[in-house]
Unconditional design. Structure first.
Length: 304
């Protein structure tokens, strides 16, 4: 007895239950912490910096001798390595949609190798930082409630509040222009970012142009893979008389990747390598050239 043709074709028309489903071709970007979120981010950064002092046409012989002596002391420059972790917890939202955000720094030290083979280990200022904030998503606002740190370097209340405000903005709001953006494979989303954060350390006259871009490369097993690029250009002058002014120009560019788990909006892994060149014109017809390379790695995980 022959089986009907439809019966023979049916296995081809209906895939078996274990067959892989096609991956999504579009991803919705959501970086802001949501009510009930609990996230731990482990970060590691390595930096290598070299510096060179160059005399100008008007530099005196005495100044040239001092510059040569300083160059010997600078040697191969300096390096720094830092490890740290941050826990971010968001409460459930109230009737207005507002919710609390708790940020806690965990451990970590800064290891520095200075010119002259001098080594130093310093406590990370984020190690025991505690921040409580009230988030108003409907108003796009953040209200700091409590900031605490046992680090001597952060005894100044203004410095501590500035760091706290910057960290909260990074956790909630820095990526607001990307929030809800739909990206298809091959598409790029680019936004400006604020070099001031988290310390608000740049002078008011600084002219900054900095952007970060995310390009969706692929989606595999529910994880979106992005290429990331950073570009920055900054110029600024110190607030001093013309003869004593310091003119600074910074250029930088970086590339990296990000793995983003779509189901629970988790940046599982980020890495970025940034190269920066800083040219500074100092009083006395002396210029300083500084080259810096930074490598950053981050891993994210959710916990209960």
């Amino acid at each position: 007895m022959r089986l009907p043709l439809l019966a023979l074709l049916l296995p081809l028309l209906i895939p078996p239950a274990h067959a892989a489903q096609p991956e999504a071709q579009e991803v919705v970007l959501q970086f802001e912490p949501q009510p009930g979120d609990k996230l731990r981010q482990s970060m590691e950064m390595k930096m290598q910096m070299s510096m060179n002092m160059l005399p100008g046409p008007k530099t005196t012989d005495e100044q040239r001798a001092k510059l040569a002596e300083g160059a010997q002391k600078l040697g191969k420059g300096m390096s720094m390595a830092m490890k740290m972790a941050i826990r971010t917890e968001a409460s459930e939202a109230d009737a207005k949609g507002d919710y609390l955000l708790h940020i806690r720094g965990e451990g970590g030290e800064i290891h520095m190798n200075l010119p002259g083979d001098e080594a130093k280990t310093l406590p990370n200022p984020m190690a025991d930082l505690e921040i409580d904030a009230l988030l108003h998503p409907n108003l796009a606002g953040v209200e700091l409630l409590r900031v605490k740190s046992g680090q001597p370097a952060l005894k100044d209340g203004k410095v501590l509040d500035g760091m706290a405000q910057g960290l909260v903005q990074q956790a909630f709001g820095a990526m607001r222009e990307l929030e809800g953006r739909h990206l298809k494979i091959g598409e790029t989303a680019e936004i400006p970012f604020n070099l001031q954060m988290p310390m608000q350390q740049l002078p008011a006259n600084a002219k900054v142009n900095a952007t970060i871009a995310f390009t969706l490369k692929s989606v595999h097993k529910g994880v979106a893979h992005f290429d990331t690029t950073v570009k920055m250009d900054m110029t600024m002058n110190t607030q001093a008389q013309e003869a004593q002014q310091v003119h600074m120009n910074v250029r930088g560019a970086g590339t990296g990747t990000m793995d983003y788990r779509v189901a629970d909006r988790l940046p599982m892994r980020k890495d970025m390598t940034i190269h920066m060149q800083m040219d500074t014109q100092l009083p006395g017809d002396v210029s300083m050239q500084m080259d810096t390379t930074m490598q950053m790695d981050m891993k994210g995980e959710r916990y209960k």
